[in-house]
Design a protein around this ligand. Structure first.
Ligand code: ADE
Length: 363
């Protein structure tokens, strides 16, 4: 691991000269296909490039600088929050800032204890093991992680019956970075073994506009500021969506208007894409319309809603609902999901707060 000194001086945000890029184990890295030209990676590569999540980034930056100063790995770190907000990106940045390597896997991919023991035993001092969807680890695999995280060793049994033997395998000191959209589904013993736990929240419109401008610069797209703001307004607080919409606006601008993304071009492109002025896509609108019209605004159970819109329950709870809750279009009540007045209005349904009134409407 790089033994760098903590950056002293005027600003905690001041960074040392960028280091050469370490070899990435992550197969998702886009530079390995010799046939296709590499798609330009829009993800920020260090804390300074990272827009938004200020509290999380500042805390992580301190933890990384301190770990670097002590020439130790950073403590195990858990990121939770909706998809597309930068959990994976932050894990990559940690590894890069520590001049280390990241191995990327996911909860469902680690089926057997042997899978995780194999991965752990290949980690060198300071390496980062990133486990996406960590809430989906099986309990058998999870138990191996406890001693690995706490004591940097794994115990496993070889042979059986009279020939059974417990072997304690020492591990190099590594960092486990976990990511989940469902922090509540993590078992307490696993959650408690993370020294750094951060929730990533939706981005403000201003932050998303900055992300769009930065990405446009990397992609070489000319985007008016108004157009960047329009994309940001429709990106559901999520940089991944902002970047996806930017690419669609680029396509549209290239085909329809000579390449420049003006406000009108952005609006036309996003309408064509089915993304409305508050950022709802077709599935969001289908969910909201179903709740508003089929269930008279609710309350409706998630199972019933999932069956009616013909979608996985988990997609609704992890992807659709968090944003509708955040913008106040729905609420969760003990009886089920309910559309609020603004949610009903957006769905074009009449709103009646008084249950008697809504009963009359039904008659
Ligand atoms: N691209 C995607 N997410 C980003 C972020 N948080 N900051 C800068 N660029 C990004």
């Amino acid at each position: 691991m790089a033994k760098e000194k903590v950056v002293n001086g005027d600003s905690a945000r001041k960074r040392p000269t960028p280091k050469p890029e370490p070899a990435q184990k992550d197969s998702a890295e886009p530079h390995s296909d010799p046939v296709r030209p590499p798609t330009r990676d829009l993800r920020p590569r260090n804390f300074d490039e990272y827009i938004g999540q200020r509290a999380v980034v500042n805390a992580l930056d301190i933890a990384v600088q301190a770990a670097r100063g002590r020439a130790e790995p950073i403590d195990h770190v858990l990121f939770h929050g909706p998809p597309g907000l930068g959990k994976t990106t932050l894990a990559h940045i940690i590894a890069r800032e520590l001049n280390s390597e990241l191995t990327h896997t996911s909860g469902p991919a680690l089926e057997r204890p042997a899978d995780v023991v194999g991965l752990l035993s290949n980690l060198k001092e300071g390496y980062v093991l990133f486990i996406d969807e960590i809430h989906r680890l099986s309990s058998a695999v999870e138990e191996y992680l406890y001693s690995a995280m706490e004591d940097f060793r794994v115990d496993f049994v070889t042979g059986s019956g009279a020939f059974a033997k417990t072997i304690s395998l020492p591990l190099d000191r590594f960092t486990l970075a976990g990511s989940t959209t469902r922090a509540g589904m993590l078992s307490a013993p696993l959650r408690e073994r993370f020294g750094l736990v951060y929730h990533l929240d939706y981005y403000s419109r201003t932050e998303l506009a900055q992300v769009v401008v930065r990405s446009a610069g990397i992609l070489g797209i000319t985007v008016d500021l108004d157009a960047a703001n329009e994309i940001a307004a429709r990106a559901r607080g999520t940089p991944r969506i902002a970047n996806r919409l930017l690419r669609r606006v680029r396509d549209y601008a290239e085909v329809e208007s000579g390449g420049t993304a003006t406000l009108q071009v952005a609006r036309d492109a996003l309408e064509l894409e089915g993304v409305d002025r508050v950022g709802l896509d077709r599935l969001d609108r289908l969910y909201l319309r179903t709740l508003a019209h089929n269930y008279n605004g609710g309350p409706a159970g998630i199972e019933a809603l999932a069956a009616t819109v013909n979608e996985e329950q988990q997609t609704l709870t992890d992807v659709v609902e968090p944003f509708l809750l955040k913008i106040g279009f729905i609420v969760r009540t003990p009886g089920g999901r309910k559309a609020t007045q603004t949610g009903m209005e957006h769905a074009g349904a009449p709103y009646a707060d008084d249950p008697e009134k809504s009963q009359q409407r039904l008659l």
